[in-house]
Design a protein around this ligand. Structure first.
Ligand SMILES: Nc1ncnc2c1ncn2[C@@H]1O[C@H](COP(=O)(O)OP(=O)(O)OP(=O)(O)O)[C@@H](O)[C@H]1O
Ligand SMILES: [Mg+2]
Length: 275
């Protein structure tokens, strides 16, 4: 079922991750943004979290609580003000190898077509492909982008751009996937299809995923563990292990009493006054 950590000092109490070895470890991380003429803005406070090598962790929390900031620290885009971030046991300095990031806002290259943007992921992966065009075709098919291979991002909808970003991440094939609300701009049907595909891919080839979402049901459906953040400064207020067996079926799981129970607990966590 679910493991709930008391809110007393949750930042210190990491729920043991599913796999023996951790890919990602945050130890007592504070992150503050410097601001001109003002006090630094403390965004993340005393965050300790570990993610196993084959573990799928979802982060939920109110807007502005520091979720994207935590992903940025894991990816080396920013350094914590206090504490440490480790990837495979090494402190993160610069951009660690094998870490892929799907940003909240799409970062497609506007001068590259859909297939060229996906091809960038393949090039970055450094894995020579027997038939790169076939890999790109498969991803285009998987993501429902057929007929738009030659289109440029400016001619795509927001949801389509997100799907291309996902294609680029999957083509890169990193050991650690950081996904910041990857399905946020999608309609519920496309979201369900892509969620299922992401799970299928992950179940076939497990790796670490940290997946930020506002959608509690999506988090519980996808993840092994859901980490709940307080409002800013983001602190971990609860963690829930999702022991619902896999493979999971998106519709069936919603009528599973374990699913509804965990979702309700997370709703409660988010409502809790945390200061
Ligand atoms: N580069 C920056 N400089 C200063 N403040 C920043 C910067 N980036 C983010 N912030 C502030 O840090 C806080 C947390 O931002 P962050 O983007 O991490 O939140 P979030 O939890 O991802 O929110 P959302 O769910 O809305 O995406 C916000 O108050 C934001 O204004
Ligand atoms: Mg964000």
């Amino acid at each position: 079922m679910s493991v709930q950590i008391p809110a007393a000092s949750p930042g210190e109490m990491a729920v043991p991750s599913a796999a023996a070895a951790d890919s990602i470890a945050l130890h007592g991380v504070d992150i503050a943004y410097e601001r001109e003429g003002q006090e630094p803005l403390l965004v993340v406070e005393n965050c300790s979290l570990s993610v196993g090598r084959e573990e799928f962790v979802a982060i939920v929390g109110p807007s502005g609580c520091g979720k994207s900031t935590v992903l940025r620290a894991i990816s080396g885009l920013l350094r914590p003000t206090r504490g440490k971030v480790l990837i495979h046991g090494n402190e993160v300095v610069g951009h660690p190898a094998g870490v892929g990031f799907m940003f909240q806002r799409d970062t497609l290259l506007p001068w590259c077509s859909v297939e060229e943007n996906i091809a960038i992921g393949l090039e970055l992966s450094g894995n020579p492909q027997k038939d790169p065009q076939a890999t790109i075709r498969d991803l285009v098919q998987l993501l429902g982008l057929n007929g738009f291979e030659k289109s440029y991002p400016s001619a795509l909808s927001g949801g389509m751009r997100q799907r291309v970003s996902l294609g680029r991440l999957l083509a890169y094939h990193p050991d650690v996937m950081l996904m910041d609300e990857p399905f946020g701009a999608l309609d519920s049907l496309t979201k369900a299809v892509l969620g299922r595909e992401l799970l299928r891919i992950w179940e076939a080839e497990r790796r670490s995923i940290v997946f930020v979402t506002h959608d509690i049901e999506e988090a519980v459906y996808l993840a092994d563990r859901v980490v709940v953040f307080s409002p800013r400064p983001g602190r971990i207020v609860a963690q829930h292990r999702i022991d619902i067996p896999r493979p999971r079926e998106a519709r069936a799981i919603r009528s599973d009493p374990r699913f509804t129970h965990i979702c309700e607990q997370i709703w409660d966590d988010l409502k809790l006054p945390t200061h």
